[in-house]
Design a protein around this ligand. Structure first.
Ligand code: UDX
Ligand code: ADP
Length: 454
């Protein structure tokens, strides 16, 4: 059997590497229009940082796992084609800011229809609004060569970045939605190579598509709920981590996704919530739309609250002050910055005329400048002196008035905070946006600590 995947991103790359790893008899080809990205997948420096991914790619690349920008043969030869291209939120026209932009999906469908010479099973892997499979089917059907037929399945991916390899290796469930039992069985057989059958759920197309949006909406809702409570804890003297622990022990609530933070980020939560809101509006359910919109409103508020806290604590001005930011990725163990809270906090502080000194163990300087909408150099070629990208955390903190933890990287817990304190301006303010440090110890050193929900 031959599998091809269109889109070599954070989802397509790791997922296909795992399929190749678990199914030595299947040839897996990952195709992407971005030649630079493909070159990186074929190099020693993969474009995606994900613990455990390097080993799996090394072990299988060139054997039954291939990365190519030559889309046509990959499509022509495949029995199953996964579509795992980006579905960013539309930034123009109808549904701007809410609806998913499906142009990449449609382009894939047209390309598949043009080049498929025999029957294909097309699997939507990208997060997409409900009823996209229907559009996919129509585009495929209307453009196919005579005699060529397509089955379309929805198979949303639930992996979380930073734990992708474990999630793929041992998922809570695999979800496959479709109409044709034979097509569903074909895909079930692939996953059954390593996943117990009772964890493979099959549903109709629409349930599968909607479940992905709803799973992400529920997870995001838990974070916004605990973040809303973090603000109340700060007013009342309760401690949000203690509250989360106490409520999470109730087996009906459960302990996961109750960590208060500077706000959730990532490519999925915001986008999928907005998709859900758009769908509800589209289907005449404005009250349901408003309900889910509150989850992102609360998240925006939490991010703004954090940057305002920094400004007000630093005597109402950060103008000309150096603020060290530890972490820029949207969570630990990834180099992905999409929708990272650090972007919004950073932009707010730049707006307030602060100088940022940023350190992240995995995010590139290019990416940080891009996200902050900052030039790397000024018109005379001098390096940007408003956003400084540092290669080590001590350098970032040196001479800083404030230090903000934006990502919960484990390495931040191991730093020498006495050394950091000694090198900072006094009073030395520390804002722990992830509640990962030992605040009692920090206060003993002399830091003025602000923690979320405490
Ligand atoms: C999410 C879903 O978990 C995954 O199932 C789906 O396939 C894609 O979207 P991801 O965005 O990669 O995965 O990471 P996740 O671990 O869900 O974290 C999302 C954001 O929420 C991060 O910014 C994280 O720091 C934040 N978060 C998570 C919290 O602030 N508190 C928590 O308790 C959990
Ligand atoms: P995700 O997190 O969903 O994997 P990414 O943005 O990381 O999203 O990856 C999507 C990938 O899809 C990008 O590498 C992009 O170049 C690729 N892509 C977009 N359109 C096409 C297409 N028509 N054919 C193949 N790949 C595509």
């Amino acid at each position: 059997m031959k599998i091809c995947c269109l889109g070599a991103g954070y989802v397509g790359g790791p997922t296909m590497a795992m399929i190749a790893h678990k199914c030595p008899d299947i040839t897996v080809t990952v195709a992407d229009i971005n030649e630079k990205r493909i070159a990186a997948w074929n190099s020693a420096e993969l474009p995606v940082f994900e613990p455990g991914l390097d080993d799996i790619v090394q072990a299988n690349r060139g054997r039954n796992l291939f990365f190519t920008s030559d889309m046509v043969p990959a499509i022509r030869d495949a029995d199953i084609i996964f579509v795992s291209v980006g579905t960013p939120t539309k930034t123009y026209g109808t549904g701007s800011g809410k609806a998913a932009d499906l142009k990449y999906i449609e382009l894939c469908a047209r390309m598949i229809a043009e080049h498929a010479e025999g029957p294909k099973l097309v699997v939507e892997k990208s997060t997409i609004p409900v009823r996209t499979a229907e559009s996919l089917k129509r585009v495929l059907g209307a453009n196919s060569r005579p005699g060529v037929t397509f089955d379309v399945l929805s198979n949303p991916e639930f992996l979380a970045e930073g734990t992708a390899i474990d999630d793929l290796n041992c998922p809570d469930r695999v979800l496959i939605g479709g109409e044709s039992p034979a097509a569903i069985e074909k895909l079930v057989d692939v996953y059954a190579n390593w996943i117990p059958r009772d964890r493979i759920i099959t549903t109709n197309l629409w349930s599968s598509e909607l479940s992905k949006l709803v799973a992400n909406a529920f997870l995001a809702q838990r974070i916004s709920s605990i973040n809303s409570i973090s603000a109340l804890c700060e007013k009342t003297g309760a401690n949000v981590d203690e509250v989360a622990n106490a409520i999470g022990r109730d087996s009906r609530i459960g302990p996961k996704f109750l960590k208060a933070s500077v706000g959730f980020g990532g490519s999925c939560f915001q986008k999928d919530l907005m998709n859900l809101v758009y769908l509800c509006e589209h289907f005449g359910l404005p009250d349901v739309a408003r309900y889910w919109e509150q989850v992102t409103d609360m998240n925006d508020w939490q991010k703004r609250r954090f940057s305002s806290k920094i400004v007000t604590t630093l005597f109402n001005t950060v103008n000309g002050k150096r603020i060290a930011m530890f972490g820029f990725a949207f969570k630990k163990d990834t180099n992905d910055t999409r929708e990272s809270a650090a972007i919004y906090v950073g932009r707010d502080l730049l707006e307030e005329q602060a100088t940022l000194a940023i350190y992240d163990p995995k995010v590139s300087a290019d990416q940080i400048f891009y996200d902050l909408q900052q030039p790397q150099t000024d018109a005379d070629g001098k390096p940007n002196d408003k956003a400084l990208i540092c290669s080590d955390p001590y350098e970032a903190a040196k001479g800083a008035h404030g230090l903000a933890i934006l990502t919960e990287w484990d390495s931040f817990k191991e730093l020498d905070y006495q050394r950091i304190y000694d090198d900072m301006m006094k009073p030395a303010f520390l804002f722990d946006g992830r509640n990962i440090l030992d605040h009692t110890e920090l206060r003993k050193i002399g830091f003025e600590v602000f923690a979320i929900g405490q």
